[in-house]
Structures are given as structure tokens and as C-alpha cells.
Design a protein around this ligand. Sequence first.
Ligand code: SF4
Ligand code: SF4
Length: 321
Amino acid sequence: MAKPLVAFYWCASCGGCEEAVVDLAEDILNVADAVEFRLWPVAMDFKYKDIEAMPDKSIAVSCINGAIRTEEQEYLAKLLRQKSQLVVAFGSCAHLGGIPGLANVSNRAEIFETAYKLTPSTVNPEGIYPKTVTETPYGKLKLPEFFNTVKTLDQTVDVDYYIPGCAPPPDLILKAITAILENNLPPKGSVIASEKALCETCPRNESKPDKLVIKDIKRISMVKADPEKCFLAEGILCMGPATRGGCGERCINANMPCRGCFGPTKQVKDMGARFLSALASIIDIDDEEEIKKVADSVPDPIGLFYMYSLPSSILKRKKGG
Ligand code: SF4
Ligand code: SF4
């Protein structure tokens, strides 16, 4: 019997999602046995023209990681959508925008200025910036357009399923692959992870007092966190109450607070706003000066509350950019 054809593609991301596939360890051999790869640029040399020549919907599933930042990424996402029966947003950046999505606090002009002029290691007195077309004596050189705004995968193409996480844990990847291979899929649009908030399965939840109140906010880098106690109860910001569970509490077990890479639970529309409102309800201070002091103790609120989700949030990006 012909094996199902599979594509993996890497957009704006760090490459961790590709490594997460390798983290399947020996299980990757079973996956490699069960499917036939048709595109996986990080591991195998396929050409875009080979994909363009395939009949529509001939690929069983395309797993796309990374946010959409450039014209080339947008083109490949649309091409794979056309050629695939299923498209899976693989990892936080494809799902929510991820860390690359934090660039939406800036715009293309500012990013180019920083990257190609202002960094201490750059020497560029003529202010030459990348262009989509450059005339040379040998012909035109083309680069894909760098968009002003970072988008999630589902802001670009229709997405069937989401595997969350930065990067997705191997057990979740295997669960998703098995569900696809056995045609035992949840409803379209599902996030393949827990429906509960991370706090509900967190081993530190029991140490959380019934009425949670804090008087100040401590930065994890400035304190020695008690490995048994709930971070929030200690005044250390932890996104667990607003984050979907299913990651195996990876950060918590390493004595680091959750930063929200699994994204919001189904009921939460905007995880940064949800966490802010949860935080406001537990800060027990009346004095305005003191409240300002606590607010000022979070130096980068967007970077913290929307670390993985800015493009998918209500804010989406800095306005006027
Ligand atoms: S706030 Fe963080 S540490 Fe506390 S129970 Fe929730 S996930 Fe665990
Ligand atoms: S604890 Fe939070 S940030 Fe860490 S892996 Fe889990 S969901 Fe992601």
C-alpha cells in the first residue's frame, strides 16, 4: 500500500521545532517507516518545483512550523495548503506567532535600521538595506519581501490542527502523528493538548493558598525560588493560570515559571489580557504610589504577557506600524 506523503516546512522560527521531531528518538524510525517525506528542507533536498508539480491534495499532511514573516514563507504556506489534505500548525510560532511575533512591537523600517545600521558590529555608512530586487551586471537578484507584520499560520491559510509548544513535546507529537495515521482525529480546529489550564495539573498547585494575594512582584532572576511552592503565591509571575496544559510542566519542573508557550485555553481569547486581569485581582495594595511601583517592576509587559502570542492577540501589533 502506498505510504501517506508528508511535508515539513520551516518558516520564521528558531529551528527548535525541527529538533523536536528528532527528539522522538527511536520512535522516529516508526514514523519514517509509516510515511514518505515529500518536503523537509532541514533534512532532505527536495525542490519547490517538485511540490508545485504535485496534484492538489496529494500530500496527506503538511506540518508547518514558524510564523509568517516573508513572501517566501507565505508562498510555501499557500502552496502546501493547496497540495495537502491536512495542514498542521506545529509549535508556538505557527500557532500564535511565538517569539518572532514580538517583532510586531516594531516595524520593518525600524528592524532594518537596527539590524543593518545600528548594531555595534555593523559597518554600513551608506545605509544600504535589503531590497526585493537588485540590478547587477549579471542580472536581477531577488529576495523575498520582508513583511511589516508577523502573522500566525492561520492568519495566512486555513489550518486543520494545532500542536502547541515551544517546542512541542515528543509525546504530543507522537500522539498527533498516531491520530493522523490512524485517522482518529479530533474536530477540525482542535489544539492537540489538554483542555485544562496548566495550574490544574501543576504539582505546585496544592501549595497555592485558597485566597491568593501578593504585595510585590519578584523577578525570577533576582530570587531563589522555592522548588515546592507555587510561583505566583511567592510573587513570581507565572502564566500557568492563563495557559493550556499538556506540556508536562516542563518549565515548572526546572524551577522556572511558565511563560505561556502552549497558548490560551479554549475559553480565553487573549492570554495576556487574561493574565493581567488575574494579576490585578491578586495584588493586595491600595496606595497608588505603591501600585505604580509594582507595575513598574515589570520592565517589559508585552514581552512577558504576550511572549508567545502577540500576533494572535487582540492587539496583534503596534498601531501605526
Ligand atoms: S501559577 Fe504556576 S506554579 Fe502556580 S500552580 Fe499555576 S502553573 Fe503552578
Ligand atoms: S511550563 Fe509553560 S512555557 Fe514551559 S513548556 Fe509548559 S506551557 Fe510552555
